[in-house]
Design a protein around this ligand. Structure first.
Ligand SMILES: [Zn+2]
Ligand SMILES: [Zn+2]
Length: 158
């Protein structure tokens, strides 16, 4: 049973797996099958998934996976800087496999999170640095209604 599951997972392309494997190593994370699967999911799904979503997507291929494992793995990834944790919505923590600095827009209607370029200037970061502050994270959150929900809204009114 265990063996079959393992093979199942390896239907994924070797090359893709090696890329994820090396990515984890570069953050000093020991790559296990479960860790690779979770990281790979985040890299290929830029939808900012929650623990629940990741668990549901992977539990069929990896029946030994538990929600606690997903939670602990993501915690480890965040601690090592391989993944960003987004707390844009207090009730709904989600994860981003893109660690480059970028802004997020949360649609209050459909709860989708969209990526945007970050708005900041080097100058203000420099001032903080000169004042002795070491900036490790920058979070930019916008909230509102996305274009497709706005369109639906208008159609409902008419
Ligand atoms: Zn929306
Ligand atoms: Zn993002």
């Amino acid at each position: 049973m265990q063996k079959k599951t393992y093979c199942n997972y390896y239907k994924y392309e070797r090359e893709v797996l090696m890329k994820t494997y090396n990515y984890l190593l570069s953050f000093n994370i020991k790559p296990s099958v479960q860790r690779i699967a979770i990281m790979d999911y985040l890299m290929t799904h830029r939808t900012h998934p929650s623990i629940e979503e990741i668990y549901l997507a992977l539990c069929e291929d990896i029946p030994t996976l538990s929600k606690t494992t997903v939670y602990n793995t993501l915690k480890l990834f965040v601690e090592h800087g391989a993944v960003q944790m987004l707390t844009i919505d207090e009730k709904y923590v989600c994860y981003d496999g893109d660690i480059n600095l970028h802004a997020h827009f949360l649609c209050k209607k459909c709860n989708k999170i969209f990526d945007f370029p970050a708005y900041y200037n080097e100058e203000s970061l420099c001032t903080m640095k000169n004042d002795g502050y070491e900036v490790e994270e920058v979070h930019q959150y916008f909230k509102g209604i996305c274009p497709s929900c706005l369109k639906d809204n208008k159609e409902e009114i008419n």
